[in-house]
Design a protein around this ligand. Structure first.
Ligand SMILES: Nc1nc2c(ncn2[C@@H]2O[C@H](COP(=O)(O)OP(=O)(O)O)[C@@H](O)[C@H]2O)c(=O)[nH]1
Ligand SMILES: [Mg+2]
Length: 383
């Protein structure tokens, strides 16, 4: 869909649009759908459904014409190019939203919610963003600002802290956290990856060193999107390709929020295997001992000791206790008290403003909060 926004919107589209039936676009009432062709200098560019948006329903509150083209890139590009040659300026989605924030038809938080919505990974993420678009967070922040102004500092501050605590959940919904599966060759990393992703995606083989490129998939656990990556086994090697892939694994580990440390329970862990721990931030590690249906050689207590955390005992092959492991992956994100309609902090800008407000005196804090909703700097009054 192409939106043409501004004073000349109807005039520009009118010049390109040939309705299938009599009514011209400029004689059509707002809200009516017109079917026809987009024609430029005698050349048909696409068939489209065109409608004039009622001004009070348009995103920026300005005259807006919506052109629903066919899907695919080429026809849409051709239509867009013709509109631009007639004097329109091409704008990205976020620019349109910024304009909506300026014209006052959306506040800054609502604009952020709409901007994030098209890339929401899960229905829960979409729901949360739609709620904030509808004003949940803006209302919550404004209510706190009023409490602070009314001299109710204690209640305001505690509401502010509670709101800040929603940010881990909000962030995780908007930008999937990264989890990587790491371990020695043959530990069963690719088998585990496949089992969690739910379909055969990676080559599983008995030959150590089969997985050379890291493979990633976004999965949804309890509504929370998570980017899961299978990696090459970590071991000392001289093989040129494998050396590169081991380097790649370390890069992935550095970028990860969670590292699933996978052990083959049926084999003794090598000193190499234990050494990996020393280079990974312990707070990220979720340990798991795989092949639990085989006679066990690894001591789970030793794993617990080394990573300060009890390992999950799983069988990737048989799918045993994978739900337990999955629950651990989102344990610190899941928001047990969340219900639809709740105010959730979901951008760094919002979180920083709330944190700053927490450190200020009530009057300044209230001003900071109001500015964070409007998208202005404190002290700057927008009409
Ligand atoms: N018995 C058993 N074998 C497994 C299990 N998980 C993986 N394997 C086997 O271990 C071998 C190596 O698996 P793979 O997933 O390629 O390991 P990776 O090198 O860590 O990616 C394969 O033969 C798998 O079938 C498990 O839970 N139990
Ligand atoms: Mg593998």
């Amino acid at each position: 869909m192409i939106n043409v926004v501004g004073r000349r919107a109807v005039e520009i589209v009118e010049a390109l649009f040939q309705p299938a039936r009599g009514v011209r676009l400029n004689q059509s009432p707002p809200g009516r759908l017109l079917y026809g062709r987009i024609i430029d200098e005698g050349r048909a560019l696409d068939e489209a459904i065109v409608t004039i948006c009622p001004t009070n329903e348009s995103l920026t509150g300005e005259p807006t014409v919506e052109i629903n083209c066919h899907g695919g890139i080429a026809a849409v590009r051709a239509v867009l190019a013709s509109i631009v040659t007639r004097g329109a300026v091409k704008a990205e989605w976020h620019e349109l939203l910024a304009r909506a924030a300026v014209t006052g038809s959306l506040d800054a938080i609502q604009a952020e919610a709409i901007e994030a919505l098209p890339s929401a990974f899960s229905p829960l993420a979409a729901q949360m963003l739609i709620d904030q678009w509808n004003g949940s967070l803006s209302r919550a922040i404004t209510a706190i600002a009023l409490q602070l102004q009314a001299g109710d500092a204690r209640q305001g501050t505690s509401a502010l802290s509670a709101l800040l605590q929603t940010s881990d959940f909000g962030f995780a919904l908007v930008r999937p956290r990264r989890a990587v599966i790491v371990g020695a060759p043959n530990a069963g990393k690719s088998t585990l990856f496949n089992a969690i992703v739910g379909h055969q995606r990676v080559i599983v083989a008995e030959v150590p060193g089969t997985t050379r490129d890291a493979v990633a998939e976004t999965i949804i656990l309890d509504g929370i999107p998570l980017e899961l990556t299978d990696t090459a086994g970590l071991r000392d090697t001289d093989h040129v390709v494998e050396v590169e892939s081991v380097k790649g694994t370390w890069r992935r580990i550095a970028e990860a929020d969670t590292v699933i440390m996978l052990f083959d329970g049926s084999r003794e862990a090598t000193p190499d295997g234990w050494a990996i721990f020393e280079d990974i931030d312990a707070s990220c590690i979720v340990p798991a001992i795989n092949k639990c249906e085989l006679p066990q050689v690894i001591d789970p207590d030793e794993v617990s000791r080394r990573c300060n955390c009890t390992p999950c005992l799983i069988s990737a092959l048989e799918g045993t206790r994978l739900d337990e492991l999955e629950a651990r992956l989102i344990a610190d994100i899941r928001h047990s008290s969340y219900s639809p309609g709740d105010a959730i902090v979901f951008t760094a800008r919002q979180r920083n403003a709330l944190r700053d407000a927490l450190a200020l005196q009530p009057a300044e804090a209230a001003e900071m909060l109001e500015s964070s909703v409007k998208g202005t700097k404190p002290g700057e009054n927008r009409q």
